[in-house]
Structures are given as C-alpha cells and as structure tokens.
Write a protein that binds this ligand. Structure first.
Ligand SMILES: Cc1ncc(C[n+]2csc(CCOP(=O)(O)OP(=O)(O)O)c2C)c(N)n1
Length: 378
C-alpha cells in the first residue's frame, strides 16, 4: 500500500500544484491530505473539475484530478471535446470500482468496472493501473510525463486498497442532528408517497429505517435522483413524490433543480440532507460557503423553500406543506458522520427487484414479471 501523504508528496515533487475532483472511498487518504492544502478546490462534479483543472493548466499550474471511475461519464465531454482537441494535458487519478471483479463491489459499479480501460482505449487516453508500491507510482508518473510532453493526458487507475487511508477529520458541525434522526423524522411523513433516495448512506439509512416497495434506492447515478423524481411527478400528478437527496448530490447536477422550478410539479417534495460533506466517501467537504437552499429553491421556481435544523422543525415543516401545492424544497441541516453505519440495501435486494417493486406501486400493477436475479451477499 502507498501511504496517502507519500502519494501527495510525489505529485507535488513532480510539479502538480492544483488539485480537484469528486471523492471516492478508495481515494479517501489523498483527499484527506489534499483538502487542507491551498492548491485543492473541491468540485461538485467531475466535468466542471476537468474544465477547471484545464483552466489552471492553461494559466501555468500543473493540475491533477482525483475521481471515481463512475465520474468518467461526467468528465468524458470536457476531456474529449476540450482537453484532447486543444492539447491540454491532465493527470487523472481515477479509482477503479467494480474491477477486477464486479462481485466484490456494489452492483452499480459493474458496467463501468469492466468498461473503464476499454473506454479510455476507445478515446485514445493513455492509462495504467497503479500497484501498491512506490516503484509503480514512479513508473506511472514517468509514463504520464512522456504523455504530457506530447500535450496529452494520462489516467492513473487506482484499484481498491492501493492508497492508504487517513483518520477522518472532525468537522465543526452547527447541528447535532444526525442523518438517522432526520430520516426517522422524515419517515413518519412518507406514507402513500413514491420515494427516490440518493446514492450512498442516505439510501442505506432510509432502507434500514423504513423499507417500503414505494422506495427506489438509487445507488450510483449520483445527482440524478431529482431527475427521476421530476419525471415520475410529471407522469403521475395524482401521487405525491418525495426525493431524499444529499447536498453533494444536489450540487452535482444543480441544473435539475432549475428544471424542477421550471416544470413546477405540484406533487414533488425535494428534501436535501445537508451535512456540508460527501459523507459516504469519507466526509470530504462539499464546499466552503454554505448553500441557502431555501433561497436557491425559490429563485429557480420552487413554490416553497425551507431549512430545518431540528427534528421538531422537520415534523412541523412537513406537516405544514403536506397536501399543499409544490414543488417544495426542504433542506435538513445534519451533522456529518453518524454513530451507526446503516445496512447495505444490496444485501437484501437486487437492483432489478428494487425497480420492479417500485414500478408496481408507481404504475398500479402494470409491470412485467421480475427477471430472476441473484441477491449478492454484500
Ligand atoms: C459521478 C459520481 N462521482 C462520485 C461518486 C462517489 N460518491 C458516492 S456517494 C458520494 C457522496 C454523496 O454526497 P451527498 O449527496 O452529500 O450525501 P452524503 O454522502 O453526504 O450522505 C460520492 C462522492 C459517485 N457515486 N458518482
């Protein structure tokens, strides 16, 4: 295993002074080390991180991205239509989820796990898999330097347990309300609703506290729960639709909120659990300046926007808006971390099973047979 600090120092020794990206738990150590350094800017999605790194590179700062391979979808456009045609080199440190064996990871990593290197080959971006030794790091960065000399980028692929982790830093939370407290309170108001929950711990927490066929646990596809909720709210205006989001997820595709405000489905309620961090990947901060979610929501066209800081405020707010026309946005300020790790949804349900039972509720039983799918023991 390569120590996180040694990894960061090696990048700095090679002249890298600008770092950005979106975290993955495989890269928890380097993120933890980098986020206290001046050259690090956390990004809401991998696409803007790529463009920003290119901007820094154009202005003379050597830039590196740290991302998960699921973020390859977000960065492919700026990579292929900006960096590659203009010859702007970039080091992309990319975790390899779902690789070499998809069974060892969550099911939503399977397709990208087996396709990452093929996709990089298809676009012509040089890449190499990092082994857990400093010799491998030196060789990979030498190889990257060769590409940079030709104005081309390089992807350094990082499998599980290759880079060391660091103890989680305690952040000064403004609230003591935990995710578990907030979702317990929310759960009391979900009966009869179709519920989409975002990737990571939020879906796991909802599953552990209030599993229901009307819950769609959206693992993966970070930032797209609001798109799912909007489509369903438009298609089924007779049913209440609730999206349980995180601040990192909502920020990743903030344009989805603007679309909600434009479409204005009266039956949609958007809950944003704001802990100021990407909690599920190790608690890296999402941004420095807090978001005024209530004002943001109103400015793009939601009918109401509110912020709750206590369990009592959550109950009062959800009672007040129940049955009134939305879209509503309610931000729930919670503390990062949690005293208990919630159970994995995928230990109980396969993804197709989650989809099929949800669809039965959402479409009044008009759904085909569920394809047999083994439930993975993870
Ligand atoms: C495109 C993409 N980039 C990165 C990830 C890795 N990832 C999974 S959960 C998560 C954090 C989500 O943060 P937030 O929505 O704030 O919820 P929290 O984890 O704080 O509960 C990240 C970065 C991912 N799944 N997809």
């Amino acid at each position: 295993m390569i120590e996180a600090e040694a990894f960061c120092r090696e990048l700095e020794a090679r002249g890298f002074g600008f770092f950005s990206g979106v975290p993955c738990s495989y890269l928890q150590g380097p993120f933890s080390r980098l986020q206290d350094r001046a050259g690090y800017v956390p990004a809401p999605n991998e696409g803007v991180a790529t463009a920003m790194a290119a901007g820094a590179q154009l202005a003379g700062r050597r830039a590196a991205l740290l991302v998960q391979n699921s973020g390859l979808g977000n960065l492919l456009d700026p990579l292929t239509s900006l960096l590659m045609p203009y010859g702007i080199p970039l080091l992309i440190v990319m975790s390899l989820r779902g690789w070499p064996c998809a069974d060892d990871d969550e099911p939503h990593h399977e397709v990208m796990g087996r396709s990452t290197t093929a996709l990089l080959d298809a676009i012509g971006l040089a890449h190499g898999v990092l082994e857990p030794s400093t010799g491998s790091l030196t060789a990979a960065l030498d190889r990257a330097d060769e590409e940079f000399r030709r104005d081309r980028g390089y992807a350094l692929l990082v499998p599980k347990a290759t880079l060391g982790s660091c103890p989680r830093a305690d952040s000064a939370a403004e609230t003591t309300m935990e995710r578990r407290d907030a979702i317990t309170a929310v759960a009391a108001h979900l009966d009869g609703a179709l519920v989409y929950s975002t990737t990571g711990m939020i879906s796991r927490e909802l599953f552990g506290l209030r599993d229901d066929p009307g819950n769609f646990y959206m693992q993966g596809s970070m930032g797209h729960a609001i798109g799912l909720g909007l489509g369903t709210a438009i298609a089924r205006p007779d049913l209440p639709v609730v999206v349980v989001d995180g601040d990192g997820s909502a920020l990743m595709h903030l344009g989805g909120l603007a679309l909600v405000g434009d479409c204005r489905p009266a039956n949609l309620t958007h809950l944003v659990l704001d802990n100021g961090t990407f909690d599920s990947t190790g608690g890296q901060r999402t941004r420095d300046h807090p978001v005024a979610w209530d004002r943001l929501a109103l400015s793009v066209g939601y009918r109401t926007g509110a912020v709750c800081r206590t369990v009592g405020e959550i109950h009062e707010c959800l009672r007040r808006i129940a049955g009134t026309p939305g879209p509503h946005l309610v931000a729930l300020c919670i503390a990062p971390g949690g005293s208990r790790t919630p159970p994995r949804v995928t230990s109980t349900y396969g993804n197709r099973e989650i989809r099929a039972r949800f669809q039965r509720v959402a479409s009044d039983g008009r759904v085909g047979p569920v394809a047999a799918e083994p439930v993975a023991g993870r």
